[in-house]
Design a protein around this ligand. Structure first.
Ligand code: SAM
Length: 303
């Protein structure tokens, strides 16, 4: 069935790139440029703005929200890499993984690199960020994006993540993995009018889910791994909760970390540790995030 989501207008979100500026400086610049700063949002309603008003997000302090039609493509802050145009929900994975400066991590399916640049900002460009993507063209776009964003700790490789050897010496200190694999994109508001026959949709979902599970299992094979974040911009449980459930069954040494208690939308039962996002409950594109951590027999303390 064709379900057109007409009239859904999401805020224009921008993430402040802390490798280049601060939230305070970006806000000051925007105020001088004719925007009106309304402070930090405190409810979902505050994310609905008119004209030149903007707010700081209530969950992700480095995210600013503007009225839907705001166009930054010719704006200084965008062109200089001070802001990254990224949906609020897609800022969750790096924020939740929160790799400390100096850590070694892998961005498994990285292009065009919005989450990679967010990870680099959290690491303050210190440490090593191995980023893989199968698609050479998307990787080239990514190199440009990272340059503009001032990212210097990355090592890009045009490689199939499933063929990356977890036991290679160069990955011996990898403690964090961000996995944002190809998905149906069914959460993207603009793509939600797939008119394909139901059996074709199901076959595609099954094939995506099996790829996603293979990536997830592979990501957990890095010997020193502590935490892995899994995300999709899909609204289908086949690509989200079902993939995570299968993975946990196959990897009993890992468990889910309960995420952001204040976030209004959870993973489907029983995976309520995970987050979901949607136009109605979070005013973002549809999204899913899970955080898996290795549990040690002794202690079981979260870092
Ligand atoms: N994380 C990216 C960002 O935030 O900008 C978006 C990633 S996109 C959802 C998924 C990416 O996975 C695509 O760029 C695709 O080329 C890549 N990909 C698909 N299969 C892959 C594989 N086997 N190994 C590595 N990358 C793969």
């Amino acid at each position: 069935s064709v379900q057109r989501v007409v009239g859904v207008q999401l805020p224009r979100y921008a993430r402040v790139n802390t490798l280049k500026t601060t939230v305070e400086d970006a806000v000051d610049y925007l105020k001088r440029d004719g925007f009106s700063y309304m402070g930090q949002a405190s409810s979902l309603e505050d994310l609905t703005m008119k004209k030149k008003d903007f707010v700081q997000d209530m969950h992700l302090p480095e995210v600013l929200a503007f009225s839907p039609k705001t166009d930054f493509h010719d704006h200084f802050l965008y062109k200089a890499g001070h802001i990254i145009l990224q949906d609020k929900a897609s800022c969750l994975p790096a924020f939740l993984l929160n790799p400390p400066p100096g850590s070694h991590l892998i961005d498994a399916c990285a292009a065009p690199g919005n989450k990679t640049s967010h990870l680099a900002a959290i690491m303050k460009n210190k440490g090593r960020l191995f980023a893989f993507d199968l698609d050479a063209k998307r990787l080239a776009t990514m190199a440009t994006l990272l340059l503009r964003a001032g990212v210097t700790c990355q090592q890009l490789a045009n490689q199939d993540f499933l063929k990356v050897d977890p036991d290679s010496p160069q990955f011996k200190d990898v403690e964090y993995v961000l996995l944002d694999p190809s998905c149906s994109g069914s959460g993207m508001v603009c793509l939600r009018d797939d008119a394909s026959p139901a059996d074709q949709v199901q076959a595609r979902l099954a094939s995506l889910a099996s790829f996603q599970l293979r990536c997830l299992n592979h990501g957990l094979r890095f010997p020193r791994l502590k935490r892995l974040v899994y995300s999709t911009c899909s609204i289908h449980s086949q690509e989200n909760e079902d993939v995570v459930t299968a993975c946990l069954q196959q990897n009993p040494g890992f468990r889910l970390v309960p995420l952001l208690a204040q976030w209004p939308e959870r993973g489907l039962e029983p995976l309520t540790q995970c987050l979901r996002a949607s136009t109605t409950k979070t005013r973002t594109h549809g999204f899913f995030v899970a955080l898996l951590e290795k549990h040690s027999e002794a202690g079981n303390k979260r870092p």
